[in-house]
Design a protein around this ligand. Structure first.
Ligand code: NAP
Length: 453
């Protein structure tokens, strides 16, 4: 396994993959750790989780630079990502006990209630795009709930995977409550089928989700899937154009456009289409790509050259089929996996840019005449992760958010962000189940009914 710096093209480090007997041994050790970890109190777990929060903040510069060198995220955003991981640790350290307290239910019995009990070791298969945050939003609730975890991280971020394992150890958690497995995706099936693994959570692409879900289904193990997205943003004719364009561009360019909840499709009212387009293209053109360690850089390279080339192919194929490229749309010279901010219009059904997730700084503009047409275009996708609406009419914004858009979350007059307090997840091809908040921590619990006659 190799970490390759996508800015320099150089190998950062090489790692040996674990053998299947090493993997089996680790899983047994993690199960043994579960047997005592599940008996600990919330107070004991919270002490470890608060230590983990402190360690993240103490080491944020060092941890952020591992991310930047392995997948090209600009350092400024990498530091913010570590701070967000610290936030989710604090959030679950403080709230897990109340989220999981017994709930009395009135029946004819003398006492009846629901109790939330941990189920054992949860297997997490994670992507490279937010290599710390994706893991921590699983890890913090899982460990606070009394579960244990094993991680198979994306193959291009083994340094991040090992750094997370070490942090958990350094925070004083008992040995083996959380372990990293350096394995390829071909070994995922055997891990899911291992009898000591009780459930699986995957964040990644739709094909990976389908594969993991079918293996988990035939092994009768619960799965949570956080998959891709092609988030639509409706810009209604009463929207504040400058604010809408600024927030839409921010969302589209965050993490060099490699975010599942990045704003990807912009569906704009006919009357304001031209003025929104002018402002949007102006702001996209201002973004600079360059050295991710430079604090002035807006976007770094994409995580891998092959991913950049795939994105460019989606743009090229759409252009050949009649799409107009308003900005960008070329592969810059050099070794770095850069892709410039790109804007497309005249995109119609049949083109890759209409149907597929564009995992990079590429935006697609659509025009609508009626709200029905806007909703139809927004929902004409296999995905259903996030969505946004910009309008001065909040009642209408809420109505369209609740009843119109097919998505797991909708933000009105802002772009979609994950937040430890709010449930996060999608519908349709974007997956099922939820992470974060009270809902997320209950996903991997035995919701046990107790009745006392
Ligand atoms: P990916 O290729 O699906 O990889 C994600 C993880 O799954 C990696 O650990 C990968 O391992 C593993 N994997 C890939 N194919 C597999 C298979 N057939 N069976 C089992 N495991 C498999 O996705 P990615 O390119 O890393 O991440 C980008 C995708 O993730 C985008 O679609 C993005 O929208 C989505 N995403 C979703 C969310 C969300 O919360 N909904 C958040 C972030 C990203 P290897 O690296 O070894 O192949």
């Amino acid at each position: 396994m190799q970490s390759i710096n996508p800015f320099t093209g150089q190998i950062v480090e090489e790692y040996r993959e674990y053998t299947s007997s090493e993997v089996e041994k680790i899983i047994i050790q993690v199960d043994q750790a579960f047997q005592s970890w599940k008996q600990t109190s919330f107070v004991e777990r919270a002490v470890c989780m608060k230590n983990l929060q402190a360690k993240l903040l103490e080491r944020k510069a060092e941890l952020a630079s591992i991310m930047t060198s392995e997948m090209g995220k600009v350092l400024r955003e990498a530091i913010g990502e570590i701070e967000k991981c610290a936030l989710v640790c604090g959030f679950y350290a403080e709230n897990a006990e109340s989220f999981l307290k017994n709930e009395p239910i009135i029946t004819e019995a003398s006492e009846s209630y629901v109790t939330y009990q941990p189920i054992g070791t949860v297997f997490a298969v994670m992507p490279w795009n937010f290599p710390f945050w994706q893991v921590f939003r699983f890890l913090a609730p899982a460990l606070m709930a009394g579960n244990t975890g094993v991680l198979k991280h994306a193959s291009n971020v083994p340094g991040c995977a090992l750094a997370i394992e070490q942090l958990v150890r350094d925070a004083g958690f008992p040995e083996n409550v959380f372990r990293t497995l350096l394995i390829a995706s071909s070994s995922v099936k055997a891990v899911i089928e291992n009898p000591f693994i009780k459930a699986v959570t995957l964040t990644g692409s739709t094909p990976a989700g389908k594969s993991v879900a079918s293996i988990a289904g035939s092994a009768l193990k619960k799965s949570v899937l956080e998959l891709g997205g092609s988030d639509p943003y409706l810009i209604l004719e009463d929207a504040d154009i400058e604010t809408a364009a600024r927030l839409c561009v921010t969302s589209r360019l965050l993490n060099a456009g490699q975010s599942c909840i990045g704003a990807k499709r912009f569906i704009i009212a006919d009357k304001i289409y031209d003025s929104f387009k002018t402002e949007f293209v102006r702001l996209m053109a201002q973004a600079t790509y360059g050295d991710p360690l430079d604090l002035q850089t807006t976007i770094g390279p994409l995580a891998r050259v092959d991913l950049r080339d795939e994105l460019h192919l989606q743009v090229e194929r759409s252009r050949e089929m009649g799409a107009t490229v308003l900005l960008g749309g070329f592969v810059p010279e050099g070794n770095a996996a850069f892709y410039p901010p790109t804007v497309l219009e005249n995109v119609v059904p049949g083109m890759p840019a209409y149907h597929e997730e564009l995992f990079g700084p590429v935006a697609v503009l659509f025009r609508f005449k009626t709200e029905e047409e806007a909703i139809r275009t927004a929902n004409d996708t296999v995905f259903g992760l996030g969505a946004g609406i910009f309008t001065a009419d909040l009642a209408k914004g809420k109505m369209l958010a609740e009843k119109g858009l097919e998505a797991g979350c909708v933000f009105v007059n802002d772009f979609v962000k994950s937040d430890p307090r709010l449930p996060f997840g999608g519908i349709k091809g974007s997956g099922y189940g939820r992470e974060l908040s009270v809902v997320g921590i209950r996903e991997f619990m035995n919701v046990k009914t107790v009745v006392v006659k």
